[in-house]
Design a protein around this ligand. Structure first.
Ligand SMILES: [Zn+2]
Length: 213
């Protein structure tokens, strides 16, 4: 597996509409492995192929709490301990242990090829989003609170899942990337321009430093 460079705003490639994958091949899986490694390395929870410069409709994701938060990892250990000694614990603690077990049970790396949102809820939700292609900037984006996604999995098999909470937000954020949209495009023009200017300035400073070295 290889960590690939992540492209950042305002790189014009991020505006590309990505192409459907014709067949989930070994090359596709190698790309997904690289993407996951790249995402973990950058401490992200989702990554679209275009963010490593590949215009294919592929997303990788891992929203597992154990990976996302240090204290969640601790809670996981506690939950395991509690499972072993559940009889000795009161109901409240056992419930907390079960909650963590349930949370972690279905959390894992996820791979989405040719994903399509086939349903969105009318209800919306605000979530503070960030993006590996917009480093250091976070802001609230309002999106449908739930959605249903159809896609091909790591083995190329068709799947359908109902998404809620962070998963629904993350799916929609990554789907945007496949359509050439970054989350800044959901914000006011003023805010977007401010962020882009800051990123360009940081980029220039990095280039200047490299030139001096
Ligand atoms: Zn993003």
């Amino acid at each position: 597996m290889t960590i690939r460079p992540i492209i950042e705003v305002p790189d014009p490639r991020l505006k590309t509409i990505s192409e459907p994958v014709v067949e989930v091949s070994d090359a596709t899986r190698a790309l997904m492995d690289d993407m996951l490694e790249t995402m973990y390395h950058a401490n992200g929870i989702g990554l679209a192929a275009i963010q490593v410069g590949v215009a294919e409709r592929i997303i990788v994701m891992d929203i597992s709490p154990s990976y996302r938060e240090d204290d969640a990892a601790e809670a996981e250990t506690e939950a395991e301990t509690e499972v072993e000694a559940e009889d000795d614990k009161d109901d409240e603690e056992a419930a907390e242990a079960r909650r963590w077990r349930d949370l972690l049970k279905d959390e894992k790396p996820r791979f989405f090829v040719n994903p399509e949102i086939i349903w969105t809820a009318d209800e919306t939700r605000n979530y503070q989003e960030g993006c590996l292609s917009v480093p250091g900037f976070y802001d609230d984006v309002e999106r449908p609170a739930q959605c249903t996604l159809r896609f091909l999995d790591y083995d190329g098999a068709p799947q359908e899942i109902d998404c809620d909470g962070l998963l629904a937000t993350c799916i929609q954020h990554e789907m945007d990337h496949l359509n050439g949209i970054v989350f800044l495009d959901h914000l006011s023009r003023l805010k977007r321009q401010m962020v882009i200017k800051k990123l360009q300035k940081a980029e220039r400073e990095k280039a200047d430093q490299a030139a001096q070295a």
